[in-house]
Design a protein around this ligand. Sequence first.
Ligand code: GDP
Length: 506
Amino acid sequence: EGMTILELAKRCGESIPTMQSILVNVGEKVDSEFDPLGIDIAELVAMEVGVNVRRLHSDEGTNVLPRSPVVTVMGHVDHGKTSLLDALRQTSVAAKEAGGITQHLGAFVVGMQSGASITFLDTPGHAAFSAMRARGAAITDIVVLVVAADDGVMPQTLEAMSHAKEAGVPMVAAINKCDKPTANPERVRLQLAAEGLLLEEMGGDVQVVEVSAINKIGLDKLEEALLLQAELMDLKARNDGPAQAYVVEARLDRGRGPLATAIVKAGTLVSGQFVVVGAEWGRIRAIRDTAGKMTNFARPAMPIEIEGLKGLPMAGDDIIVVHSEERARMLSEGRKKKRERDRLRKLEKEKREKEKEEEIEGEEEEEEELEAPELGDQRGGGKRRRKERRKLQEKENKPKRPELPIVVKADVQGTVEAVVDALKGLNSPQLPVFVVHVGVGPISQSDIDMAEACSACIVGFNVRNPPSSISLAATQAGVKIKLHRVIYHLLEDIGNLIVEKAPGTF
Ligand code: GDP
């Protein structure tokens, strides 16, 4: 709080009159450029001129307390990330309270006898981690790097390592499947060391734990290692004051509307507060813990499910508390506008880049023609040929670069957009996702026709299982239908498809 118009104008690189006119437009009274602006207003004005704002909360002089670590599990496909999370989840607080039955909420908490606890993000994989990071959500404190003892370090192991390194997040290595007769944990250790991981046993600070997710061996050792790592990091958070939180996962419930699993980063989130979540807003109607119990407030590192949002937020979106509905609406509208502007700008940039590439390709072709015997009208010839080729491609409906065509169907428009955005976030340079068609409602014959024509697969999000006639038609057309209700599962699924089709991308 407390930035003046003068400071804001300087930081945004805009003139004071521009700032003042924006302020008047958003209905804020301005007397002098030395008047301090509230943080919400400052953000709104900055967004209007296209400047990104990151809120920094000062922890000084407040109630700063130790907090639990938030852990993400990463590693190569099939090395046992899901199994490990399943095994850990069974020891979670929620599982104990609910008699072993748990629902996937995006996060869970494991409590230790000592009273300490660990929060696990319940979504394995790099897509999730990257999506969060792309939104500037530094939620993860520690990465568990899962490596199968019988398979060793693989491409996605290396990728997980570089993700963690780039984000500055320390790792704990879990050598999994140690129950297998073919397990060779020593070899994995050497491989990890060869990749530059400074293992504890070799004088470094990366702890290594041997586990078996299937036989539930070594889980306590892993948890101990995580707590030790957390202790070294001296994790702390401000416990009072307005909450700052992040969305881990969001879904639409038919009865309760948009629900978001969130983790509070600092402060206390209180039921009844007005919040802005990414580009959405709402008033918190209910807060539930991972066991589904209602609670009135949430403290740092505590995963919760919040109800009362007007729209579906995205993973990695930040949650901020504002003091009125009006402010919440205003900020959400501002952010929506900004997202739309950013999206259009990005589209335009992509289009320009594509055109440039085609131009270069065209020129290369012209050069080839120069070497050809007839040196007639090279320029025109090149262009004509380019045009012809493009037409041919259009006719054959065959992209010249490999793409992953996808048809997206979802229950409501907001979800369609969220899914398309999430899929775009997956874009690998080798195999970009190409959304050929989107729609609201159940999967229909015309979706299958469309998918067949483009060799696309259909992604159904929050839609009913299609009737058997539709499933049959899809099978006959060779069209794959993928149904999901959790965005991360969808991303994992499509991510795996990309890996399958273009190995070495993720
Ligand atoms: P993810 O792709 O990394 O999430 O891997 P999964 O958890 O799906 O596991 C892949 C396969 O390895 C499954 O068939 C699991 O049953 C198996 N698996 C996972 N953990 C272990 C383990 O500790 N021991 C053995 N023997 N198999 C395991």
